[in-house]
Design a protein around this ligand. Sequence first.
Ligand SMILES: *Cc1c(COP(=O)(O)O)cnc(C)c1O
Length: 467
Amino acid sequence: MKLVRTRDVNYEVDFKEAVLNPSTQDSSLYAPKSLPKFNGYEFKNLSYKDFALKLIQSFDFKLDELFIKALNAYDSFDDKNCPINIFKVSDKLYINELYHGPTRAFKDMALQPFGVLLSALAEKEKFLILCATSGDTGPATLKAFENKENIKVACIYPHLGTSEIQAMQMNSLKAKNLKTFPIEGNFDIAQSILKNLLNDEEFKKDIAKQGFKLTVANSVNFARILFQIIYHYYVCLSFDKEIDIIVPSGNFGNALGAYYAKKMGARIGKIKIAANSNNILSEFFNTGEYDLRNKKLVKTISPAMDILISSNIERLIFHLFGDKRCKELFTSLKENNFFKLNKDELELLQEDFEANFCTDLECKAYIKDFAKTCIIDPHTATCLKLVDNNKTQIISSTAEWTKFAPSMYEALFDKEVIDEQDALIDIAQYYEIGIKREILDLFNEKQKELKIYQKDAVKNAILEFVL
Ligand SMILES: *Cc1c(COP(=O)(O)O)cnc(C)c1O
């Protein structure tokens, strides 16, 4: 199967091209023209990895050997035989824990196999992967490419702008092909440095002299979406009826995976989109308006969802309404910071989706309330607003609580945090839960002296790293 551009279906590429060159001149993303039908229920007795391969094969990308190798990345997860864990809360409510990988966030589900895939596909080329992170993407991206051939990763993040654990996860990696660039400034500045570099022709020429091509590993890359379809489909196999899936959403990659799973054949009822106070997604699904006018990003305790421009909505619009309408709507978004679906389109959208959002205050109350049952992180907690006790539902849990110890501590004990390590241990002791050795060890490791970069110094520092 070929992949096409969301704003021009006549432009086709094969899978490899879409993975290696995800950015397009017309700002399209690559997506399947139509989704393959896949009867996963036939394979309900297979292991996760074998099931995953069957699902991927239904796309007919013809790279089986490579996908087998990529899926082996899941062997390093907590349970070698299955990267996810389903926790039963009640007969009606289940939690799909997607954070059992090396960096304790669901980003590992896609980035771990993706790292293998990209490194192998790159063969003749070398890639410099740039990454700007507010916390979860950075550790997962660095870890995915640790010691991978043909790849270097430069990860820019706001110094003191992530949790302590996340910064330690990034800085504890010693592979020579990885480097962090903590900057003076906030996440917006980190992101603007990244954007400027991606458009900097001189910079691209300079790294090309060393044989490197510039790329990013975010969920604009179709390969990441591919690995995010599998776990949504896989959980459905345990049920003999339709279930709803609730997804804490930011860039909409995870929720898009659930939608693709449904359209391929998984028995999913509603996909419920949970947002935080940056409620642009919940507004969109409720009104059909995507409206950036007068919106300002606010910082919340679920930072991985602090997003206003949710890239993967474009793939959803394309699938529902085709390339011409997609182009029309996203041109309007670019020019007017706004687009609006018509009444029929909104009705069609709402056949598959529902949405709502949580303020930080509500989110903290949910964390505390739910702690009697289990400890969930601030992103996962936004899902609780969407639980409907009359239906069978699965919450996608996107991070382990340990990554957000300060917010967790405030939510659970209503006290300010003085020391992140103490907060972590206090919570674990009070609720009698274990903490992974890898997380605790981070505190024991002697952190190297960090160099903090001014924003104008990052470009040259990255060049030095590549040369
Ligand atoms: C990235 C992330 C999200 C948002 O996922 P999208 O696919 O961007 O919608 C939610 N929770 C956590 C913990 C994340 O790291």
